[in-house]
Each structure stands twice: as structure tokens, then as C-alpha cells.
Design a protein around this ligand. Structure first.
Ligand SMILES: *[C@@H]1O[C@H](CO)[C@@H](O)[C@H](O)[C@H]1NC(C)=O
Ligand SMILES: *[C@@H]1O[C@H](CO)[C@@H](O)[C@H](O)[C@H]1NC(C)=O
Ligand SMILES: *[C@@H]1O[C@H](CO)[C@@H](O)[C@H](O)[C@H]1NC(C)=O
Ligand SMILES: *[C@@H]1O[C@H](CO)[C@@H](O)[C@H](O)[C@H]1NC(C)=O
Ligand SMILES: *[C@@H]1O[C@H](CO)[C@@H](O)[C@H](O)[C@H]1NC(C)=O
Ligand SMILES: *[C@@H]1O[C@H](CO)[C@@H](O)[C@H](O)[C@H]1NC(C)=O
Length: 629
């Protein structure tokens, strides 16, 4: 008995291990419940949503539960305009790969009785700098518009998902999902690649009365947990829903891993003369990738040749004489056809046109907008702008989040962008942050903006030195730092800016000599303003500076001056001593009459002997006072 149990448990362990091996590695998945302070699990699938993180700003609040298919989450995060027009979730450490990125939108709960209060915000969404979607008014009343979803390649270890205000309410986000899918998911041909994003426009399960996610169908996790919206009829009573309980072969195959249940329902035309047609609204002048799903599940069709139809898109035959049983190999077997078409109008119509005697059938439809990923801004320039943002203490309202130049509809305010053909990236060619109440200082990192042609930081409260690294931005033509609190001297490197046409440094606290090389620019018609500073010199219109001396010359002059000073001191001392002696002698001579007479007498005697003994007389004269006292 015990031995039997032992065997059984080993068998169990073996089976578990074997089934995990069979399932292969799990896809990389992250789900965020925006605005939530705790991790959340949702029923019935026990899905884990991480508490809110990786956002650039915004305010967490409660969400209203108006939305039908959205995950049952209670909180959201919204981004008022005071926090800037661009806000993002920057998720790090995302392994390189292809991902399905999905964002559910939120509705901010409000207790305002004003019926005109519009809490349905309209805004734009970008992924990795490429705009993928603009919300349409009325979105909150359509279950397939309460989220946006796109398949993207994430190659640089981050996922940056940004929300851009368009002046119609504050962007509000309920949840973010980043779900890894197979590397070649939805491969549609040679144009497919890392630079291509597929945004889901629609995904319909035909003949199904209930919208479901892959997870509700127990679909493979590598499928990206797609939402299949219900589609009970295309209208005009031209079709009817059918279904089967039979299992379907070849459904959950790589790279797309469709759930089997998708092929167990279908719409069939009611009359053999009738087309099955589905029309949807689309944005014009775009390419669409269309995926059509079939399986022969109608009991009345038993063999090859009994159901044949053409497939037309906007009137053009794309697939002719489709015979599902023949092409898939059997009945109850999945067949997936895909095509990519340009659409210039505002509608996209898929028509199944049955051949004589047969009826059309379809199980599911997927339509994607093909979006070319935008090139991003040169990384070095992004870093330089971020350094500038923190050094200047840029206010939140600037919204310097995400990529500075893309999406092109929403660049950072104050940064002018230009496409650089050599690097195939965007670069910054102008910085206009004049009169913005900025303080802080100008960092050396500004030289990372190699392509700048113009900088205007006029009329702010910027302190400290002008960074000498500015001199390395050789393309700089206009530099306006006027009306700030820049101090110290103008770095010599500024003289190396050979392209500079306008240099406004007036209204600062600069001092010292203006780099001489700037004088040459003046000859070439450049215009400079150095007025209203603490003491600049050496340009026309400014005071001339003192003679310009080398360090050696300065030492020489200092040495000479000290020697001269010493000599002067010595001379002074000699003169003073001599003068003291004379004074003393005179004082003694003047003291009392006998002494005075004696002194006069002596002096006379001395005078008398001088001619005879010169040496003595001199000694007497010099030592007079001491001899006499
Ligand atoms: C959100 O809802 C919770 C209860 O579910 C409540 O305690 C909290 O005050 C609400 N917060 C806001 C900002 O309305
Ligand atoms: C989509 O169709 C193209 C041909 O048009 C084909 O090369 C490709 O394999 C198909 N993709 C999938 C995933 O079946
Ligand atoms: C659609 O695809 C074609 C062929 O790949 C391409 O030349 C064209 O630029 C695309 N159109 C749009 C709007 O992306
Ligand atoms: C810089 O901005 C100021 C104030 O906003 C403006 O007066 C000045 O002309 C600008 N400088 C240049 C060189 O354009
Ligand atoms: C310039 O101003 C800064 C900050 O106000 C100060 O720390 C620095 O010493 C000043 N430098 C000069 C050369 O005056
Ligand atoms: C230079 O700046 C001063 C104020 O600092 C201004 O009064 C003057 O007009 C400016 N000169 C030129 C040529 O722009």
C-alpha cells in the first residue's frame, strides 16, 4: 500500500515536471493598476496587477465603474495640465522582444451636479515616441474603444508609454499591460520588422454573444491576452450564428496561438446569393493588416468543393476561390489568411462573395493599423536636456517627459527639433527658454547639444558662471544670456565660436576681459551686447583693460617693486638717523650759555684746525655730540 503511494507521488512529480517542460518558458508580463497603493488580484483568473509605479507625475484617485470590458480595478491616475502636457510611464528592465502593449483609459469619478461637466478626456498616446492613438469623443460608450493596444518591438530595455494632452480634459489611465508575444507574431510579409507597430483597430469573434479575453478562453499566454469582441451579426439579416462543440485542429499554433474556442463559432450567410459583408470606419491614408479566421464547422458541409467564396477588400478581390476544407486540410481545422492593404477612404469593407450554390462563412476578423515607428532623439542630446532640466529646476508645467522631439505632434516646449540625416535621429537645434522664471545654473552638460544653432535664456534668474563647454558647440549662431545673474568672466572658449552672429550678455554680473577673438567676429558683422555688467573690458564701447601681463612679467614686477621698496626703507632709515644726530647736536649746543660759549669756542677751534687736520675735523663733526657730551 505505502509502496503504491510512493510510486504515485513520483508519478505526480514526473507529470508536473513534464508538463512545465512542455509549456516552455512563460512570456515576460507586467501589469500595473494605475493609482493603486497595493498590488491587486482580479477574479476569476487571479491576475496580478502591480501597485502603481514608474509614472512621471499625476494624481491617483478612484475610478468610476462605467466601463464594461475593462479589468475590474478601482483606481486610476490622471494628469492635470498643471503637471505638464506630456506624462509617461517609463518601465525599465524590459527584455528585448516583441510585446503587446495595452492601456485602458479611465473616467475620473466626479460629484459635480453640473450635467455639462465632461469627464471623458480626449488625449493622444505614444509608445516609445511613436503616436499610436488619439481618443475619439464618445469612446467611453464603446467597449472596443475603452483601451488601445499595439504590438511593438522593445529593443532598448525600456517601455516608455506617454499621454499627451490635447486641451480636452486630463488624461486618465486605469491600467497598463506589457505582455510578451512570440518574436514573429503577426508576421505579414517583408515590410514587417522592428520598425513596424501594429495597432489593433478591431478584433471580432463572429457568432459569439459575449466578448472574451484569451485568458477566458484558456488561451495560450503567448497570445498576448487579446480581447475578442462579440459580433452576433453583420446586420441586414443576411447572416446567422452557428457554433460547434467539436474540437478544432491547428488553432493554437505559433506564432499567434489563437484560442481554439475562436473557431467554434461563426457567422454564415442565410442565402446562397448573399454576400457576407462587414464595414468599419477607419482613418484614411493608412495601411491596414487584415487577418481572417475560418474553420469548417457547418455540419451541412462535408467535403472539399462544397463551399467556395472570393474575399474582397474595398471591392478588390484579394483571395479568390477560397475552399476552407481544402486549404486547411480537413473540416474542424483552423485556416488563417492575412493581407495588407492601403486604404485611402474612411471605410474598410470586407466582403465574402460565395460561388454558385455555396454559402459564405467566417469565424473571426482582426484589423491592425500598420504604423511606422518614429526615429527617436539622439540619446546624448536627451541626456543633455535632462541635465539642463534639473540644473535649471524646470517647472512641471513644461512636461519634459518622454522623448524631446517625438511624437512630432507633441515635442517638448522650448526645444526646437531637426531631423539629422547622418544619424537618422532627431537632434535639438534651438533652445528657447527666455522669460520663464528659471533659476539654478547652466550645467557644463549643455555641450551635449552639439547641433544647437541658437540659445535664448534671456530674462531669467540664472546664477553662476557661463560654462566654458559652450565653446564646443561650433554650430552656435545666437547666444542670448542677457538679463540673468551670470558672474565671473566670459570663458575664452566663447571666442572659438566662429559662427556666432549675435551674442547678448548684457544685464549680468560679468567682469574681466572679453575674449579677444570675439573682436574678429565684430569685423564680420556680428552684433554683441556687453553693457550693464559688473566690469567687462577690452571691446569697442567698453573700458580698456590694464596692460596684459604674463605670469613671469608679474613676478618680475613684484620682485622689482619689493627691491625698490627695501632700498627706499634703507635710505629713509639712514636719512632719519643722520637727521637725529644733527638735531641732537644742535640741541646740546643750544643748552645753557657757558656750554654754548664753550661749544662755539670749540667749534671755532675745530674750524681753525680743519685745514691742518682734515681727518680729525671730520671725525669731530660726525661724532660731535658724543665727543662733546
Ligand atoms: C476612494 O474610495 C475609497 C473607498 O473605496 C475611499 O475611502 C476614498 O476616500 C476614495 N478616495 C477618493 C479620492 O475619493
Ligand atoms: C501572412 O501572409 C503572408 C503572405 O501574404 C505570409 O508570408 C505570412 O506567413 C502570413 N503570416 C502568418 C503568420 O501566417
Ligand atoms: C503603405 O505601404 C506601402 C508599401 O509598403 C508604402 O509604400 C506606403 O508608404 C505605406 N503607406 C502608409 C500611409 O504608410
Ligand atoms: C531672446 O528673448 C528675448 C525675450 O523673450 C527677446 O527680447 C530677444 O530678442 C531674444 N533674443 C534673440 C537673440 O532672439
Ligand atoms: C558667482 O556667483 C556664485 C553664486 O551666486 C558664487 O558662489 C560665486 O562665488 C560667484 N563667482 C564669482 C567669480 O563671483
Ligand atoms: C544693449 O543692452 C542694453 C541694456 O542692457 C540696451 O539698453 C541697449 O540698447 C543694447 N544695445 C544694443 C545694440 O542692442
Amino acid at each position: 500500500m505505502s509502496r503504491f503511494l510512493f510510486l504515485q507521488s513520483w508519478l505526480l512529480i514526473f507529470c508536473l515536471a513534464f508538463s512545465t517542460c512542455l509549456a516552455g518558458p512563460a512570456p515576460w508580463v507586467i501589469r500595473i493598476s494605475c493609482g493603486s497603493r497595493v498590488n491587486v488580484r482580479t477574479l476569476p483568473t487571479n491576475t496580478l496587477w502591480y501597485k502603481d509605479f514608474a509614472y512621471t507625475g499625476g494624481i491617483p484617485t478612484n475610478s468610476t465603474a462605467k466601463v464594461y470590458v475593462a479589468p475590474p480595478l478601482k483606481t486610476l491616475r490622471y494628469f492635470p495640465l498643471s503637471e505638464g502636457p506630456n506624462n509617461c510611464y517609463n518601465i525599465k528592465k524590459v527584455p528585448r522582444g516583441r510585446y503587446s502593449v495595452r492601456v485602458f483609459f479611465g473616467l475620473v469619478a466626479h460629484h459635480d451636479p453640473d450635467p455639462n461637466f465632461d469627464n471623458e478626456p480626449l488625449f493622444d498616446i505614444s509608445v516609445e515616441g511613436t503616436q499610436i492613438y488619439s481618443l475619439q469623443s464618445g469612446w467611453s460608450n464603446h467597449e472596443d474603444q475603452v483601451f488601445t493596444e499595439a504590438q511593438v518591438f522593445l529593443t532598448d530595455g525600456t517601455a516608455s508609454i506617454c499621454f499627451h494632452s490635447t486641451g480636452h480634459g486630463d488624461p486618465a489611465i486605469l491600467s497598463i499591460e506589457i505582455l510578451e508575444v512570440a518574436d514573429r507574431a503577426y508576421y505579414f510579409g517583408p515590410e514587417w520588422g522592428e520598425g513596424v507597430i501594429l495597432r489593433t483597430v478591431t478584433r471580432l469573434s463572429c457568432g459569439n454573444g459575449k466578448s472574451k479575453f484569451d485568458v477566458d478562453y484558456s488561451g495560450d499566454r503567448w497570445g498576448g491576452d487579446r480581447l475578442w469582441s462579440r459580433m452576433t451579426t453583420f446586420g441586414q439579416s443576411s447572416d446567422k450564428a452557428i457554433s460547434t462543440e467539436n474540437s478544432i485542429k491547428k488553432a493554437s499554433n505559433a506564432p499567434n496561438f489563437y484560442p481554439e474556442a475562436l473557431y467554434q463559432t461563426a457567422l454564415v450567410s442565410t442565402d446562397s446569393q448573399l454576400d457576407l459583408a462587414y464595414t468599419m470606419d477607419v482613418d484614411p491614408h493608412k495601411n491596414y493588416s487584415i487577418w481572417l479566421h475560418f474553420a469548417e464547422i457547418d455540419v451541412s458541409v462535408t467535403d472539399v468543393g462544397q463551399r467556395i467564396f472570393d474575399i474582397l477588400i474595398n471591392g478588390d478581390v484579394i483571395f479568390d476561390e477560397v475552399d476552407i476544407t481544402k486549404m486547411s486540410g480537413d473540416r474542424y481545422t483552423a485556416l488563417v489568411l492575412n493581407t495588407t492593404v492601403p486604404v485611402n477612404g474612411r471605410t474598410l469593407t470586407i466582403t465574402l462573395n460565395p460561388k454558385e450554390g455555396s454559402h459564405a462563412i467566417i469565424n473571426a476578423i482582426e484589423v491592425f493599423e500598420v504604423i511606422t515607428a518614429e526615429p527617436k532623439t539622439l540619446l546624448e542630446e536627451v541626456r543633455a536636456l535632462q541635465a539642463l532640466k534639473s540644473a535649471l529646476g524646470l517647472p512641471l508645467r513644461f512636461g519634459w517627459n518622454g522623448d524631446p522631439c517625438v511624437p512630432q505632434q507633441h515635442p517638448w516646449s522650448g526645444a526646437d527639433c531637426q531631423f539629422d540625416r547622418t544619424s537618422s535621429k532627431w537632434v535639438i537645434d534651438g533652445l528657447g527658454l527666455d522669460n520663464q522664471g528659471l533659476s539654478g545654473f547652466l550645467p557644463n552638460d549643455i555641450s551635449g547639444l552639439h547641433h544647437l544653432q541658437s540659445i535664448n535664456l534671456s530674462t531669467n534668474n540664472i546664477l553662476g558662471a557661463i560654462p566654458s563647454s559652450l565653446g564646443t558647440i561650433t554650430s552656435l549662431e545666437v547666444l542670448d544670456l542677457s538679463y540673468n545673474f551670470f558672474n565671473g568672466s566670459i570663458p575664452d572658449s566663447i571666442g572659438q565660436l566662429t559662427s556666432v552672429r549675435r551674442l547678448n550678455l548684457n544685464g549680468n554680473s560679468l567682469s574681466g576681459r572679453v575674449p579677444a577673438a570675439l573682436g574678429e567676429r565684430l569685423l564680420h558683422g556680428a552684433s554683441f551686447n556687453f553693457t550693464d555688467n559688473a566690469g567687462l573690458c577690452g571691446m569697442p564701447g567698453l573700458p580698456t583693460c590694464g596692460p596684459h601681463l604674463s605670469a613671469g612679467a608679474k613676478i618680475g614686477i613684484a620682485f622689482g617693486a619689493s627691491v625698490a621698496f627695501l632700498l627706499m626703507v634703507i635710505c629713509l632709515m639712514c636719512w632719519w638717523k643722520r637727521r637725529q644726530n644733527i638735531l641732537r647736536a644742535q640741541q646740546i649746543a643750544a643748552r645753557g650759555a657757558p656750554y654754548a660759549k664753550a661749544r662755539i669756542q670749540t667749534a671755532h677751534d675745530i674750524q681753525m684746525t680743519r685745514h691742518h687736520n682734515h681727518g680729525y675735523a671730520r671725525t669731530a663733526a660726525e661724532n660731535g655730540p658724543s665727543l662733546l657730551s
